[in-house]
Design a protein around this ligand. Structure first.
Ligand code: CS2
Length: 495
């Protein structure tokens, strides 16, 4: 059979081979503008909206994707070529793959090309929600102080030239100014990043910026925009060329950028929308008055659990999270970290059986068909670890709880940043905006074992805590003397 290129025109033909959107995509209005369309947005929020459009008459809730960076050009090109369509491939542990074409993203704008169109779209009265996956690092604050970074040259530029936005803060503020001046309602800002209190964080950062740029507008925004907190969850590895080949072989379909994900999906949202919202509860989304316990549980167990496997995994030479889960030392180490260091600081969470939750995480991480590369997990660790792991360590320091797993991970991260190769001699694929700083600090470890911990922008005053520095330097000593990370993990399990 001839190969079919994914686009709107071939949907009818293609629907004989795999499920395709049946709703009228041409009739969709943009109710949601989403900033930061990556794999995760496409496997999670866009999937929920797609389901809603399939099952209910909800044409008001189409999604316009927006990319803010030059690096988003590839997704723009692919989505434009494919009319916003892409295939979602759900990988079950038994090898089954459920593929379907998702149609919820019906427009895409690249801000570096057409900034004025982005502002217009955000300011359009049909736009009711602006959702964000701009990553943990995208909120522009100092990790240890939490203070907004006004030194960022793009922010400086936006403070001077209001009509030339570059960052998410500049764009949202410019659009909200237009909405206010035109007498339209504001929109809801829906953060979908893995940050505890992500809505409150988005609010604090956006309002800090807006007040500085235009105090009167800042006040209007405070009164008119809402920022619900959310907990989002679906493991979505980086798409591999084998995934693209699979669709060609199986369905004779050419999709240049499909998305692969696990079967599990969860979204918990605080029901605080200033300008309406889609009835996502019909799709299984949970609306709750307070999302804090859920987000804390997810970030401290799942996201931190990932890093607790990923950093030593990369050093030891395990390529993926599921490979780590085939190694009994890694499995036990992670579970012990969850049981002894995280569970005590989480306390009881109403309606949640934590034992069951942790068991389910082990199952999800072990899914052999997800093949989530440790390089993805370790990417941007400088933005992730202060959010995922550090708070647990700090709370245990305060209560006298166990800190050994976390201190070993920080020592391993130092060695990882310093050496740049795995223990089996292969170069590590390190993707971290802060890598030059991390490597510089780590490279001084042999002269000063605490050099890495002295990065106050990441660790605050942690280096002053003697219990931590003792545990950390013991591990540093052993690692730098050549003891393998897996051996250290195994020893720790014996204690
Ligand atoms: C991962 C997350 O980036 C990471 O380190 O832990 O991307 C994780 O897969 C998602 O949050 C799952 O919901």
């Amino acid at each position: 059979m001839e190969l079919t290129y994914l686009n709107q025109e071939i949907l009818e033909l293609l629907s004989e081979r795999l499920p395709c959107p049946t709703y009228k995509r041409q009739a969709l209005k943009t109710g949601i503008v989403h900033i930061g369309v990556g794999g995760f947005h496409r496997s999670h929020q866009a999937y929920y909206i797609h389901q809603l459009l399939e099952k209910h008459d909800s044409i008001a809730w189409g999604i316009c994707g927006v990319g803010l960076r030059e690096g988003d050009r590839k997704i723009k090109d692919v989505l434009h070529k494919q009319d916003g369509l892409y295939t979602l491939m759900v990988q079950h542990p038994d090898g089954r793959v459920d593929s379907q074409v998702i149609g919820a993203v019906h427009e895409y704008l690249l801000a570096v090309d057409t900034p004025e169109l982005v502002v217009e779209k955000l300011a359009h009265p049909d736009t009711k929600i602006v959702s964000l996956t701009i990553t943990e690092g995208g909120y522009n604050f100092n990790s240890s102080t939490g203070v907004f970074n006004f030194e960022n040259p793009d922010i400086q530029h936006e403070l001077k030239l209001r009509n030339q936005p570059r960052t998410v803060f500049g764009f949202l503020t410019a659009a909200l100014r237009k909405r206010r001046d035109a007498g339209h309602s504001a929109f809801t800002v829906l953060s979908c990043d893995n940050i505890q209190h992500n809505g409150a964080m988005a609010k604090k950062m956006l309002l800090t910026f807006a007040r500085k740029q235009d105090p009167v507008l800042g006040q209007w925004m405070e009164e008119n925009v809402s920022f619900p907190n959310t907990m989002v969850d679906r493991i979505t590895p980086v798409t591999a060329s084998t995934d693209i080949d699979y669709l060609k072989d199986e369905y004779q379909l050419v999709d240049e950028w499909p998305v692969v994900c696990e079967p599990f999906i969860q979204w918990v949202i605080e029901d605080d929308f200033v300008n309406g919202r889609p009835p996502l509860e019909k799709m299984g989304v949970q609306f709750v008055p307070d999302v804090s316990p859920y987000e804390k549980m997810k970030i401290r167990l799942l996201n931190a659990g990932h890093s607790v496997l990923g950093i030593p995994g990369a050093l030891h030479g395990h390529p993926t999270i599921n490979a780590c889960m085939e190694d009994p030392v890694f499995v036990k180490f992670m579970r012990q970290f969850m049981d002894e260091e995280v569970t005590p600081v989480l306390g009881a969470i109403e309606g949640i059986d934590l034992e069951q939750y942790k068991g389910k995480l082990e199952e999800r991480f072990a899914n052999p068909n997800i093949k989530d590369a440790v390089s993805r997990i370790c990417s941007e660790s400088a933005a992730k670890l202060p959010k995922f792991l550090l708070p647990t360590l700090q709370e245990n320091l305060a209560t006298g709880g166990s800190i050994k797993h976390a201190s070993l991970i920080f020592a391993a991260w130092c060695y990882y940043s310093d050496k740049g190769v795995s223990e089996d001699g292969k170069p590590l694929e390190i993707m971290d905006t802060m890598h030059p700083q991390l490597q510089e600090a780590a490279s001084r470890t042999t002269e000063d074992p605490l050099a890495f911990l002295q990065q106050t922008d990441l660790f605050g005053k942690l280096v002053k805590n003697e219990r931590l520095t003792k545990s950390y330097t013991d591990f540093i000593g052993r690692i730098y003397q050549g003891t393998g990370i897996r051996e250290l993990m195994a020893e720790l399990l014996e204690e």
